[in-house]
Write a protein that binds this ligand. Structure first.
Ligand SMILES: *Cc1c(COP(=O)(O)O)cnc(C)c1O
Length: 401
């Protein structure tokens, strides 16, 4: 019989091996609120790896709304939506989301991870087929697997390849077809070609689902996300988005037609079997939606775009490979784990906090430093950080700079 400590030995050996390969993941304790600067180990750093793109996580109006709702309705919702946890706050926020996205209805999920799991599992079954971009977020991949549907993976943003796959599959088509894509890809910072995807989904009578985690609040004149950016808001069947990034809060949603929402209420396990979001979170999200759609939201988007432009053009002019980024997510290709993690820790010593990305998050050989800009970064600090990154990478042979 195996003694429990044997298992501990195995775990320790596994972790030690990861460490020697520069592949061990550990947590970094942040001691302050999530502003453009954060405190770690008593020292202040420029934060270049937060998804708090518009700086709303600390916005006084959101904090006030959250405190008021907590005071009036408590810290917890007490149950799942289908039991007693479907509070007026949830219903009003869902109406607000539907109006924002121009859909009939919307449904809240407890996180983006839970939404992608629960939407795809709730709508597809074994006789259906999902066509999924090769670089889609892990939560989409897991949702596809959970659904039991046939999974066809098309090369990243390759519309000719997708069209070919749809054509090839047509002869033996049985169930429903779903094309699913990130809107803004979380590791490359590029965008899905939504207009072409809409054409294909209409031509082949498939559903189109877009995960707008990184586009919501940021893209489009009113911050309605990637669909507004491409002018095709009314033509996407399933618009998924999150509140944890540009909206500064927490949670996620699907905006879609009423029958789709009703179906999910009856079949989505992530929706059904989980306590609903607490009042304080819902109230902050509602305020964030209003703010994003205001002149202040507009101003914050302009600041973010200015910072993105300053940072990206500087790095690009120095000859660094930014993986095709056109958004506030700016990857800097460093290829292998060792130089990636060396560069990240050298930058930390210089007061810059950004993340080194390794497999399995990206494919092997595609390691990168991943920087994300915020609306409330000081432009001069953004430029100074870019210069430090350039100076550092030029000294590292392994990086092609
Ligand atoms: C962050 C992210 C999610 C998960 O959202 P959470 O609310 O953090 O669980 C889903 N999809 C994409 C593309 C993301 O970047």
């Amino acid at each position: 019989m195996r003694h429990p400590t044997d298992t501990m030995q195995h775990l320790k050996k596994y972790l030690a091996e990861l460490d020697t390969q520069n592949m061990l993941r550990t947590l970094r304790e942040v001691e302050s609120a999530q502003g453009p600067h954060v405190q770690i180990g008593g020292r202040e750093y420029l934060l270049l790896c937060s998804n708090n793109y518009l700086g709303l996580a600390n916005h006084p109006v959101l904090i006030e709304a959250s405190c008021r709702a907590t005071h009036d309705f408590g810290v917890g919702s007490g149950a799942s939506r289908l039991v007693s946890g479907s509070m007026s706050l949830h219903h009003r926020l869902e109406e607000q989301i539907a109006a924002f996205k121009g859909t009939e209805a919307a449904l809240l999920f407890n996180s983006g991870y839970a939404a992608n799991n629960g939407i795809i599992q709730g709508l597809l079954g074994a006789s259906d087929t999902v066509f999924s971009d090769a670089l889609n977020h892990a939560s989409i991949i897991d949702g596809c697997r959970l659904s039991g549907a046939k999974i066809e993976i098309y090369p990243h943003n390759d519309m000719a390849a997708l069209e070919q796959m749809l054509n090839d599959a047509r002869a033996k088509r049985r169930g429903r077809w779903l094309i699913v894509t990130d809107g803004v890809f979380s590791m490359d910072g590029d965008m899905a070609p939504l207009n072409r995807l809409v054409e294909l989904k209409e031509q082949f009578d498939a559903w189109l689902m877009v995960d707008d985690a990184h586009g919501g609040g940021v893209l489009g004149q009113h911050g309605r996300g990637i669909a507004e950016h491409f002018g095709c808001l009314g033509r996407i069947d399933l618009q998924m988005g999150t509140f944890g990034k540009a909206f500064g809060g927490f949670g996620a949603y699907l905006a879609a037609a009423q029958p789709v929402i009703d179906r999910l209420i009856n079949s989505s396990r992530a929706f059904i079997f989980s306590t609903s979001l607490p009042p304080g979170v819902i109230a902050a999200n509602a305020e964030a939606l209003r703010l994003v759609d205001s002149s202040e939201g507009q101003k914050r988007r302009e600041n973010l775009e200015n910072n993105r432009y300053l940072f990206s053009t500087r790095l690009q002019q120095a000859g660094l490979n930014l993986c095709g980024s056109t958004t506030q997510i700016v990857p800097i290709l460093t290829c292998h784990p060792e130089p990636t993690m060396q560069a990240a820790s050298a930058l930390l010593k210089q007061g810059i906090f950004l993340s080194g990305i390794r497999p399995p998050t990206v494919s092997s050989g595609a390691c990168r430093l991943r920087a994300t800009l915020m609306a409330d970064h000081d432009p001069s600090e953004v430029v100074a950080a870019a210069d430090k990154i350039i100076a550092l990478l030029k000294t590292m042979d392994a990086v092609d700079a």
